[in-house]
Design a protein around this ligand. Sequence first.
Ligand SMILES: [Zn+2]
Ligand SMILES: [Zn+2]
Length: 85
Amino acid sequence: MVFRDNVEYTKDCRNFTHVGVGCCQTCHSDPEYAMAVVQVDGEPTLLCCMLRAFFYPGNPNQKLSPEEKLLRAIFGEAPHVQDLD
Ligand SMILES: [Zn+2]
Ligand SMILES: [Zn+2]
């Protein structure tokens, strides 16, 4: 078991090398700030922006707040992106 921001995750980018998406080295060099836990195949997974963009194409590169990370980890869905106009 691994915890990040009090969110337990069971997988990370290394479990998804088969999807053919290259990792973002910027994120991996600064994982404390750039990596986020999202739900993939029902499992909380720590991903860099490249993998998040792959699994959540409607919401690429968004820096998630801890609350959003927690909600994603719990509910497994991307938060609705609001049009702030
Ligand atoms: Zn990665
Ligand atoms: Zn990145």
